[in-house]
Design a protein around this ligand. Structure first.
Ligand code: C5P
Length: 233
C-alpha cells in the first residue's frame, strides 16, 4: 500500500484559514493527508481544501454528511469536484450510502462511513431505539457501507481490531491516537500509533499531539517513524 507518511492524517482543528495555513507551512511534506472538519469548513475551510488539492495535497473533508438522498448526492459531487481524497458520510442506511456513491461518480474520492460516533454509549443508542452493543452496530454498519461501495470506515483502535478480523478489504481510519506519554486530553480510549497499526488501522488521524506540539513537524515525523516500524515487513 502507501508509504508510511501517507498513512498519517493531520486534523487541522483550528478556527480559521490563517491558522491552518501557518500549521501547514510548519508541517511541510511531513504528513500525507490534511483533514478539514466542521469548524474549519464553516470558516473558509472548503476553499482551503480546494487550494490544497490543486497544489497536489491529499485532503480529507470531514463533513459527516447525512440528509435526503438528492442532497447527499449533490453535496458529494461538489466535494468530489474539489479534488478531495476522502469524505465522511454517516453510514446509517443503504439509501444514504448509495446516494454518496452516485455523487462520487468516477472521481477518485474515497468514501468513509461513520458507523457509531465514539462518544455514544449503549444507553445513547437506546435513545435512538437501538438495543445492541455499540460494537455490534459498528460491525453491521461497516458491512453495509462496504457492500454499498464505500472504501472504508472511521473506527476507534478497539473497534479496528474487531472489524479487521471480519472485513479484510475495507480501509480503517482510526482517530484517538496518542504517542506513548502524550496528554490524552478529552479522548477516553486512546492507542499509540504502533498499537493502532498493529490492530489493523490503515490510516491514523492525529490532531493535538501534532498541532499543539512545540515542534509540529518533529512530532509528525516521530509518528511516521513509529508507523513505519509497525507495518508488516
Ligand atoms: O486532537 P485529537 O488527536 O484528539 O483529534 C482527533 C480528530 O479526530 C479530531 O478532528 C476529532 O474530531 C476526530 N475524531 C475523533 N474521534 C472520533 C471521530 C473523529 O477524535 N471517533
Amino acid at each position: 500500500m502507501s508509504a508510511p507518511r501517507d498513512r498519517l492524517i493531520v486534523a487541522l482543528d483550528v478556527p480559521n484559514v490563517d491558522e491552518a495555513k501557518a500549521l501547514i507551512d510548519r508541517l511541510g511534506d511531513s504528513v500525507g493527508v490534511y483533514k478539514i472538519g466542521l469548524e474549519l469548513l464553516f470558516s473558509g475551510g472548503f476553499a482551503l481544501a480546494q487550494d490544497l488539492a490543486r497544489q497536489g495535497h491529499s485532503v480529507f473533508v470531514d463533513a459527516k454528511l447525512l440528509d435526503i438522498e438528492a442532497t447527499v448526492e449533490r453535496a458529494t459531487a461538489v466535494i468530489a469536484a474539489s479534488g478531495a481524497a476522502f469524505l465522511t458520510v454517516h453510514a446509517l442506511d443503504r439509501k444514504t450510502i448509495a446516494a454518496a456513491v452516485r455523487g462520487r461518480g468516477d472521481s477518485r474520492l474515497k468514501l468513509l462511513g461513520v458507523t457509531v460516533l465514539t462518544n455514544l454509549s449503549r444507553a445513547d443508542l437506546a435513545e435512538h431505539g437501538i438495543d445492541e452493543a455499540p460494537l455490534a452496530v459498528v460491525q453491521r454498519r461497516a458491512m453495509m457501507a462496504r457492500d454499498g461501495g464505500f472504501d472504508g470506515v472511521i473506527a476507534s483502535g478497539q473497534e479496528a481490531r474487531a472489524l479487521r478480523e471480519r472485513l479484510r478489504q475495507i480501509l480503517i481510519v482510526t482517530p484517538g491516537i496518542r504517542p506513548a506519554g502524550a496528554d490524552t486530553q478529552d479522548q477516553a480510549r486512546v492507542m499509540t500509533p504502533s498499537a493502532a497499526i498493529k490492530a489493523g488501522a490503515d490510516y491514523l488521524v492525529v490532531g493535538r499531539p501534532i498541532t499543539r506540539a512545540a515542534d509540529p513537524r518533529a512530532a509528525a515525523e516521530a509518528i511516521v517513524a513509529e508507523i513505519a516500524a509497525s507495518l508488516p515487513k
